[in-house]
Design a binder for this molecule. Sequence first.
Ligand code: NOJ
Ligand code: NOJ
Length: 463
Amino acid sequence: MRAKSPQRWIHQDLERARELLLKNVSPPGAIPGAIVASPSRSNPDYYFHWVRDAGIVVKAVLSLYQSAAQPAARRRYLSLMIDFVDFSRHIQRTAARSPAGLGEPKFTIDGEPYSGPWGRPQHDGPAIRAIELTRLAFVLLDEGKRELVREKLYDAKLPTDSVIKTDLEYVSHHWREPCFDLWEEVWGHHFFTRLLERMALVEGAALAARLEDAGAARWYLEQSRALGDELLLHWDPGRNHLVATRDQDGWPSPRSGLDSSVIVATLGGYATEEDLPLEGVSPYPVDQEQVLATAAAVERAFEAMYLINDPSMPNAGIAIGRYPEDRYDGYRTDSLGNPWPSLTIAFASYYYKLAERYLRQERAVLTSTNLPFFQRLPLEDARFRPGEELLRGDPRFGAVVDALRRKGDAFLGRVHQHINPDGSLSEQMNRYTGCQQGAPDLSMNYAAYILAAEIGGHRRSSR
Ligand code: NOJ
Ligand code: NOJ
């Protein structure tokens, strides 16, 4: 049971997130299915379909579809997703005009690859799109819509003419190559990109198997295993956190490697591991000790760095940014980075997810690696020792689960504290004042909110 339920304001922020998100999907004048990262057309110009951002939005639309009670709402969400599928297939073809091919990160709302200089290729986009559309395919298969899936999502052909298989072929043949990171700044091998590529291959293999494409299923799994071995190299025992980028090259350097994208990656691009059609496929579930250690290190860094994270209010949610060395303030890159609503919201998801996972497993294990995480929980006089196992029934187990949920709510509370009166959220929150700044109405914020509210169990009584 949660003390002081924050349901009311969460429902309000959620309802506005849903409305504002839908405005950025197929905006007037766009090819249907195009999703803009933000309605802003200058300073900064975010009026593009970013493959990564759009994939996360579709994840949220799928979750709205699955929980919608009214048939009209379900039809609307389904048709948005099918438009997205058609648009995605279209840009997979026009991507041939980009030097980055399917690694092209952004497209105009007319479906043309962006032609200016940019950090490309970025390989996480096709992976995220494959993950979300594979999940859609499973949902539709379970509803008996096999023909629709075969026609729009996955054909078992080579060369393929379907959106998911096109992405899976790309990911399975290109994951060894370095690329730009999700922040579009650094060249190398990235934990975020790799973990999502791996999820795409594992889930894609499950879909291929279900649709009698056995050879492809084997190939995708083989590649996912080889990729899994590379992921292990991101652990830095000296710093006690996972490192975002290996073999780094480029601007700005050098970086510590501490980065909130590592935590976001474990959510499956804001999704949850339980959404996977297979059990236990992620080598980095939310309770993995290195992931816990990284979450603690990220929080500690941002807590000390941003003025709005006032140490005299220890129970306020910590505003989370991209990485400590960030210089992008939403307008220019020679400034100072800020906390981001989407990342602060993603941390809420992370805590909800973790609470859920411990409850399901009925135990939490303490190690010397994850101890810093437990020590940061808002608990009075709970003592933890490495090597201990907290089992259901131990009062400390219940206290930990409760503290995780409260901390999750606190991250949403932090965003609520700085939200615009109309419920809108920009890319960043000023590190000194909390004011919204950078691209207004960022789609990813609203998608992250919808998903966090779902995972946190705040959506049950909403539409
Ligand atoms: C916009 C990118 O999306 C952002 O990640 C980056 O920091 C700036 N441009 C500078 O390259
Ligand atoms: C900058 C972010 O770093 C990047 O991840 C995002 O895709 C773009 N902005 C568009 O929102």
